[in-house]
Design a protein around this ligand. Structure first.
Ligand code: SF4
Length: 455
């Protein structure tokens, strides 16, 4: 068992960006709007190299039946189900607009539905959504289709529908199995029902079932957390995602209903991560990085071993790196060397589409320095390795000269056993793996000095 540098984890890792993009989402600028996004799509259309390459598509479906107090997602809690029917027509319009600018019917190699809660949609609505997507794009024969599942809103018939539609990966959002924790966050769910659903999923032939767990929730204790972990390990999912709960009541009003005295201490929260890391590794899981563990047979682990793992707004991915087209309110996408985000409220999103405008409200066009740093940060996050020669060749720079200040900081990290430096490369050690965001942040030009680690 590794002894984690608890002080560094507490001081830095909990605050550092999670690098689903570089620069991070908080650097997106309002000056980037529909016109810039249209240019990015048209640029792709004009490029012989990228025009025919498959895209990934991510659809944000914001609706939920009930409010979970911890939630920090962009969602609409409603029992007026007609709203989701109308929403799908907006998705249809947005996709048409994007494809007008793309100029070709794109191939899609990866589809992910998130939210909100995608399984808020009735089976017929999920069918309608897939019909919309398939009528305007071409799914590749091996398309990877996945979605987040709220286990309280799905039954055997819905699983059959999802399988029939071509979904291959299901991410069950479990969060916690303890009844006191579930009561404290207003999310009651029956563990036996979840086990039954996962059993059905395996019988139906879904390729991958993941479980998502939140640590740092109110009423979680070391004992209750270990019991939840034991339940999850018993289910033996292909992947386990361990997300840290961040208490930000000033930003998320529902979190104000969580009693501060019910929250575990920051020390205990890190202890939860250590416990989970140890238990999952003992149970045969491999640490992919950050919040993710998988079985050795999982494509994520295989990709990590081959050096082909990458990271985007959907998290770690074993699929080939592609442009990511986002659809729906607050959707975040990446086309070419740009990032973009859609309007974050339903009203604003609808207004854009009524005006026949792409609903983009902010984004970023990456400069050359951003691209160099992005390569390094993603190399650290996904492979734990950076080859200086490869960066020098790709970007025509002298690595040691370009990153003189960063190299000094890395030398301090080396003395703490977190990285290994040679004349040609930078490697994250096994100990450094749990601090990889902090290590990567050394190359982040935008992270404010107040947050910059001083090792
Ligand atoms: S946690 Fe999921 S189901 Fe609960 S409110 Fe948030 S998006 Fe909806």
């Amino acid at each position: 068992m590794l002894s984690f540098p608890q002080d560094l984890l507490e001081r830095y890792e909990a605050q550092a960006p999670n690098y689903i993009s570089y620069p991070s989402l908080d650097q997106f600028k309002a000056g980037f709007g529909p016109r810039h996004y249209a240019q990015a799509l048209e640029h792709r259309r004009q490029s012989v190299l990228t025009r025919l390459k498959p895209l990934s598509v991510y659809v944000h479906l914001p609706f939920c039946e009930n409010l979970c107090l911890f939630c920090n997602r962009n969602k609409i809690v409603t029992k007026r189900y007609s709203k989701s029917v109308a929403y799908l027509e907006l998705i249809d319009q947005e996709l048409k607009l994007q494809i007008e600018h793309l100029g070709v019917k794109p191939k899609v190699s990866q589809l992910h539905l998130t939210g909100g809660s995608p399984t808020y949609l009735h089976d017929s609505e999920l069918e309608r959504l897939v019909t919309i997507l398939k009528s305007q794009t071409t799914f590749t024969p091996s398309v990877d289709m996945s979605l987040d599942i709220d286990p309280r809103t799905i039954n055997f018939e819905s699983l059959v529908t999802l399988h029939h539609l071509g979904f291959t990966r299901l991410n069950f959002c479990v969060q916690d199995c303890d009844i006191s924790v579930q009561r404290a966050v207003h999310r009651l769910q029956d563990l036996d029902a979840i086990k039954t659903l996962i059993g059905h999923s395996r019988v139906l032939g879904f390729k991958c079932c993941s479980l998502e767990l939140l640590y740092g929730l109110p009423k979680q204790t070391q004992q209750s957390f270990e019991a939840t972990l034991a339940c999850l390990i018993d289910i033996s999912a292909d992947r386990v995602t361990l997300c840290a709960y961040r208490h930000q009541p000033e930003r998320y009003p529902s979190q104000r209903k969580i009693k501060e005295q019910d929250l575990p201490s920051s020390h205990l929260v890190l202890q939860f991560f250590n416990t989970a890391h140890t238990s999952l590794m003992r149970a045969g899981y491999e640490y992919i990085g950050l919040d993710l563990f998988s079985k050795k047979s999982d494509p994520l682990y295989v990709a990590k071993m081959r050096g082909s793992l990458h990271r985007n707004f959907l998290g770690f991915s074993a699929e080939p790196n592609t442009d990511l087209m986002a659809l729906g309110m607050s959707g975040v996408g990446s086309i070419g060397t740009t990032y973009s985000q859609n309007a974050t409220t339903l009203e604003e999103y609808r207004l854009f589409l009524e005006r026949k405008q792409l609903p983009v409200v902010k984004g970023l066009a990456l400069g050359r320095d951003d691209l160099v740093r992005k390569s390094i940060i993603m190399g650290l996050m996904c492979q734990g390795h950076v080859s200086f020669d490869a960066i020098e060749e790709a970007y025509l720079i002298n690595f040691q000269a370009y990153f003189g200040h960063e190299m000094q900081q890395l030398k301090h990290l080396e003395t703490q056993g977190l990285v290994q430096l040679t004349i040609k490369s930078l490697d994250v050690t096994e100990l450094g793996h749990v601090l990889v965001r902090t290590i990567a942040s050394i190359f982040d030009r935008y992270w404010t000095p107040a947050q910059t680690p001083s090792f």
